[in-house]
Design a protein around this ligand. Structure first.
Ligand code: NAP
Length: 724
């Protein structure tokens, strides 16, 4: 047994079980002696986080092995867990607390969690090694996961400071303006069940819980058994931190084949894993009978295309070789986004094969802790057996041109005890008339090279994967890129166009990004688990609401056009953040626009566009006489609505959705209605910071006929009364 890893796993368990046990002890009055026995007994068995208590499953459970040396490192069982009670606890305790929080509060909670886990990441790296991961592999998993928490935390800035949100715009539904509609987004009242794959034990969990927690929904996570010890280590840290409310996160390590037996219409299920398991679970009776949203992210036969212009000697050729080599070797090829099919212009196939083989030959395989090792092991022996079986299938159609499924030279490790495998390159010369290379996923360091004749041909080959998570084309030819992307996009979740201009900062073919869609059509599962606010909306119920605009204002806490505009006393600029009510309005004095106003504004701004300065130039235009600058109208509006004395308004920092809707000619008399549209509280950066919030105002500028001539939303920063 590897004493180093056992020590790392044990340190985790000792610290966290001790903390948990201390809590338990206050209830159960356990003696110190009892605590020590408890710690010792649980040392090698993973815990399940059930209703905020760490519980081992019944029986001996499954044994988990170190991928590098094959030694047993832990066991896990989910037998005997009361899964039904876990659902109830999540929906009750967890959901209740999360739904009371606003998006801002949930975002800050994610940020605190990200900072906390970041401070502990060195411990996770130590445990991650046993999964066969190199430092870079662990970085993707651990820091990629933490980065995802940070990104989702920042999304709070695009959401209101309420537990709910609105979607889209107010929709007028009547002639008189007394009836309209909107869409409200409220957190679902169930639980997010995440069934994850083995390849990203940290990222796989964090990228998913970040989204449901921001939405206000608790989670039960079921990591894949084989690498669950790393997920467990992270969850212990999350739980011990106390950052999440009780019931917001529970963990089931072990096989838990009954995990979906309690889902109902309140819940959301996400699955990441093989297409076969995904299909099986999606067909679960409860999923169908209760119309449970099931987000499926499955294996896919991702493709990398070398552009027709990227011949040997071009920067794009070298970039392509580097990118494909990386995709084959990173995480030992165990990435759902890894390149499985390499499509190259027919005339370059030998050059690509030679360049890739020479790069792959330099990949040192072995114990990631040994000097020079670039590729670690698959996560276990049984995964290696799976990959070998899939390669055998691929070889029925393709020729193995580099590497071997049966032998590999390793550094610092025994190639038989660990789950090592050499990188492998296959080649097929008639890709359009074969199927296996487009359908069989060998989830390891394996990829197949194939020729194409034209862009149209490359598009067709890429689509033979029947739906992928991602695809890339390496080209500096904008026409070729546009033709490929527009025609191939319908079958791929994400497409990277790589060239010399973006290469330095490109995040690469295989990196899903939290703000971009991750998921893909068809074989890839038809899911969309990330994508910024799109991902969050999976956990929110969108409900159409209809009524009088004043009623919709009250429900949405955002001013809706046509809603009541009570005159504010005093002026809104004299009120602190807390004192402002949505709908509070200032109706200003009026101003009659003169020719001098227009001439002066042209002088000050330097905007001498003919329609403002030359009355003789207007024939054939939309204007009848010299027209006031739209920016003058808006500037004059500010002059009318601003209360200039020093007060709670700290600054004006922007304008959104500005429109000039009717020409303003000399002689027109304009006035403004300034209405509080939305309030967003801001957190203090530090103790010295001024407590404040953002107030959005609707600026409606109208003329003597009552018609709107300009409309905009302005953003102001307003001090709070409470500076604590
Ligand atoms: P898998 O065998 O399909 O297992 C995935 C998850 O499903 C595991 O947690 C597994 O638990 C669980 N599971 C299996 N049968 C179940 C059942 N009857 N009831 C409830 N849960 C069940 O996939 P894997 O071998 O872990 O992962 C590798 C595959 O995932 C590859 O094909 C890869 O392409 C794909 N993948 C896709 C994505 C993506 O975003 N599209 C990401 C990563 C991986 P146990 O471990 O306990 O069996």
């Amino acid at each position: 047994m590897n004493s180093g890893l056992l020590k790392n796993l044990s340190i985790f368990r000792r610290v966290h079980i001790y903390k948990v046990a201390l809590n338990i002890s206050s209830h159960l009055s356990l003696t110190c002696a009892c605590l020590k026995t408890h710690i010792k007994m649980t040392m090698n068995k993973l815990g399940n986080l059930v209703m905020d208590k760490w519980i081992e499953g019944d029986g001996t459970g499954s044994t988990l092995y170190n991928a590098i040396n094959g030694e047993a490192i832990a066991s896990t069982s989910s037998d005997g867990l009361d899964i039904s009670a876990m659902y109830d606890y999540a929906r009750g305790e967890g959901g209740h607390s999360l739904r009371k929080m606003t998006f801002q509060e949930r975002g800050l909670m994610l940020k605190a969690l990200a900072l906390h886990l970041n401070s502990k990441k060195a411990d996770f790296y130590k445990v991650s090694w046993a999964t066969g991961a190199t430092k870079i592999d662990s970085w993707i998993d651990i820091e990629g996961g933490i980065g995802n928490l940070f990104t989702n935390a920042s999304l709070r800035r695009r959401l209101p400071n309420t537990p709910f949100a609105v979607d889209g715009d107010f929709i007028p539904l009547s002639k008189e303006g007394t009836f309209g509609g909107h869409h409200l987004l409220v957190p679902k009242e169930g639980v997010a069940i995440h069934i994850n794959a083995f390849n990203f034990p940290v990222w796989g969990m964090l990228e998913k819980i970040a989204v449901n927690l921001l939405a206000g929904v608790p989670a039960i996570v079921k990591p894949a058994t084989v690498t669950s010890y790393l997920t467990e280590a992270v969850v212990r840290e999350i739980h011990a931190s106390g950052i999440l409310p009780k019931g917001a996160l529970q963990l089931v390590c072990g096989s838990a084949r009954n995990i979906l037996d309690y889902v109902d219409e309140r819940d959301v299920v996400t699955f990441t894993g093989s297409a076969d398991t995904g299909r099986l679970l999606k067909a679960n009776e409860r999923i169908i009978n209760h119309s449970v949203p099931f987000n499926l992210e499955a294996d896919s036969l991702n493709s990398a295309i070398l552009g027709p212009d990227a011949s040997p000697g071009t920067p794009e050729f070298d970039l392509f070789i580097k990118e494909v080599r990386k995709e084959i070797t990173v995480k030992c090829g165990q990435k759902c986004t890894a390149v499985r099919r390499i499509m190259v212009p027919k005339g370059h196939i030998d050059a690509v094969q030679e360049a890739l083989a020479s790069q792959l030959a330099q990949t040192v395989v072995g114990d990631p802790q040994a000097e020079g090792v670039r590729m670690g092991a698959l996560v276990g022996q049984s995964q290696r057996d799976d990959v070998r079986a899939q390669i055998a299938l691929l070889r029925e159609e393709a020729e193995l041109v580099f590497g071997s499924p049966d032998s590999v030279e390793t550094t610092g490790a025994d190639s038989e005890k660990g789950a090592f495998m050499s990188p492998m390159l296959l080649r097929v010369d008639n890709p359009a008339s074969v199927t296996k290379v487009h359908e069989v996923e060998a989830f390891g360091p394996v990829s197949t090279i194939m020729p194409y004749d034209s862009i149209e041909d490359a598009v067709a080959l890429s689509k033979m994967g029947k739906g992928s998570l991602c695809c890339s084309i390496t080209t500096h030819d904008k026409k070729a890129a546009a033709e490929f992307v527009r025609n191939a996009a319908s079958m791929h979740g994400r497409i990277l166009v790589l060239d010399r201009e973006c290469a330095k900062e490109s995040t690469g073919h295989g990196s899903p990004l939290p703000l971009l869609v991750h998921g893909g059509p068809g074989r890839a599962g038809g899911g969309e688990e990330m994508g910024g606010l799109r991902g969050v909306k999976h956990y929110l119920q969108r409900t159409a609401i209809q009524g009088h605009p004043s009623m919709l204002t009250a429900i949405t806490e955002q001013y809706q056009p046509g809603g009541a505009q009570p005159e504010s006393e005093p002026h809104v600029f004299r009120k602190h953040f807390e004192e402002l009510e949505i709908g509070d309005t200032v109706t200003t004095a009026k101003h009659t626009v003169t020719e001098a106003d227009i001439a002066n504004f042209a002088n000050v701004s330097g905007d001498n566009f003919y329609a403002h300065v030359d009355a003789t130039s207007l024939e054939g235009t939309l204007f009848e006489q010299k027209v006031a600058h739209g920016y003058f109208v808006l500037s004059k509006a500010a002059g009318l609505f601003v209360d200039p004395r020093k007060g709670p308004v700290l600054l004006n920092y922007g304008i959104e959705e500005c429109r000039f809707t009717k020409p303003v000619y000399p002689g027109a008399t304009i006035g403004v209605r300034l209405t509080v549209k939305e309030k967003i509280s801001q957190e203090k950066r530090d103790a010295e910071d001024v407590a404040k919030g953002i107030v959005k105002y609707l600026v409606d500028v109208y003329d003597e006929t009552g018609e709107t001539v300009a409309i905009a939303t302005i953003l102001t920063m307003v001090k709070k009364l409470d500076q604590s």
